[in-house]
Design a protein around this ligand. Structure first.
Ligand SMILES: *Cc1c(COP(=O)(O)O)cnc(C)c1O
Length: 392
């Protein structure tokens, strides 16, 4: 037998974290890393946040799980808080991002089909998008590397170039149910949607009675300096998928929708065994306690501006390595002129810095949102040293 007990679908590196200390990770062999990957935009409160630990501990002692067949005082509290702080009127809790996207796509189809219009099922998505790894969410992505070996894809998706409003307009047909877009593409390479594109999609959706779904699984939950990124584009979606940071490391996600968009999501149409269980709700409430306030969001913007300013100065020293800085808040990327993946490995193996590679040769920087200026200093020191001794 040569297959590993962990199904070998990830090219795992030799960092084997066993402990987290705020913005640092400690590996099995004792090495210490500055964690500017945050479990890919998950650990937004860092690794040992007292409030989050306390909330999970208390809830675990009281009641961990009950079925969604029963009333959920814990879920009602978190759903109401999300409704109060966003465009949404109603929330469905999931266990992951892909499930939140699945719920969002089902909601968009049901919006049309619940009224008897069974012809509208197609969702227009955008090149290099990432929406998850389930059959429907890989089908929703144009990226062929995710389709390979899993054909056929589900039907009902059309792909258009990101930020191409004319293309999006031209793709609308008699079967179109809606658009789905990441306001800031994460895996695709920290590509930020333009204001005109987002406003244009909103206008097209209104004009053609389509659902505008935002996939904020990576860019949501304070990551960009507002609770959700759409706020900075001055538009509101009909449906939004959120996950990653929302549990601060506890697996959970949610599909948010307006009352109008959710008209098809009636009793018996959707479900999840674990989704919204009391333990997850305790984590979600603790995260919102920490992040959903003006002072915290201002801190994220301040730290984001600080890193961005430093990076913009710094990349000028290495015109052969770096091209430009992109992103919003603490969702940042440096577009590289060489392959970003080996550089990420170099920073990790030789300088104790964890970042993430992304599409389009981007070095992706996703620190915990609780970083302080001292972490920015440590980051810049490690990055400078890493660039200085890097020979691609
Ligand atoms: C990570 C991600 C997903 C999938 O989330 P999972 O929790 O891995 O299922 C979906 N959309 C975007 C934008 C993501 O970044």
């Amino acid at each position: 037998m040569s297959i590993t007990p962990l199904m070998p679908v990830y090219p795992r590196c030799d960092v084997r974290p066993v402990r987290g200390e705020n913005c640092h990770l400690v590996s099995e062999d004792g090495r210490r890393f500055l964690d500017f990957a945050s479990g890919i935009a998950v650990n937004l409160l860092g690794h040992s946040h007292a409030g989050l630990i306390d909330a999970i501990q208390k809830q675990a002692e009281t009641l961990m799980h009950v079925s969604n067949l029963y009333g959920s005082p814990q879920g009602e509290v978190l759903a109401q808080r999300l409704v109060d702080k966003t465009f949404a009127d109603t929330v469905f809790f999931t266990n992951s991002g892909a499930e939140a996207v699945e719920a969002a796509m089902k909601t968009a189809r049901a919006y049309h089909q619940h009224q008897g219009d069974t012809t509208r099922y197609e969702i227009i998505t955008f090149n290099n998008a990432f929406h998850g790894r389930t059959m429907a969410t890989i089908s929703a992505s144009s990226q062929e590397k995710m389709h390979k070996g899993f054909m056929p894809m589900l039907e009902g998706f059309k792909y258009v170039e990101f930020n191409d409003l004319e293309g999006a307009k031209a793709a609308i047909g008699p079967h179109t149910a809606g658009f789905m877009v990441e306001p800031v593409q994460g895996e695709g390479g920290i590509r930020v949607a333009t204001q005109e594109f987002m406003q244009g999609l909103r206008d097209l959706a209104d004009e053609h009675d389509l659902m505008l779904i935002l996939d904020e699984v990576q860019c949501g939950v304070a990551r960009t300096g507002t609770l959700y990124a759409y706020e900075q584009f001055g538009i509101e979606p009909d449906i939004l998928a959120t996950a990653k940071g929302i549990g601060g490391g506890f697996p959970m996600g949610a599909c948010l929708a307006t009352e109008r968009a959710a008209r098809g999501m009636v009793a018996g149409t959707h479900g999840s065994t674990y989704g919204g269980n009391p333990l997850a709700m305790a984590a979600g409430n603790a995260v919102l306690d920490a992040v959903a306030n003006d002072a915290f969001l201002a801190h994220v913007r301040e730290m984001g501006d600080m890193i961005r300013g430093r990076l913009e100065q710094f990349i000028g020293n290495y015109p052969d390595l770096f091209e430009e800085v992109r992103g919003m808040g603490l969702m940042l990327g440096v577009k590289m002129k060489v392959e970003s993946r080996p550089f990420v490995a170099h920073l990790r193996d030789h300088h104790g810095l964890l970042a993430v590679a992304a599409g389009d040769n981007v070095l992706r920087i996703l620190p915990p949102l609780v970083i302080e200026p001292e972490h920015v200093e440590e980051f810049m020191t490690k990055l400078s040293a890493g660039a200085a001794d890097y020979a691609p």
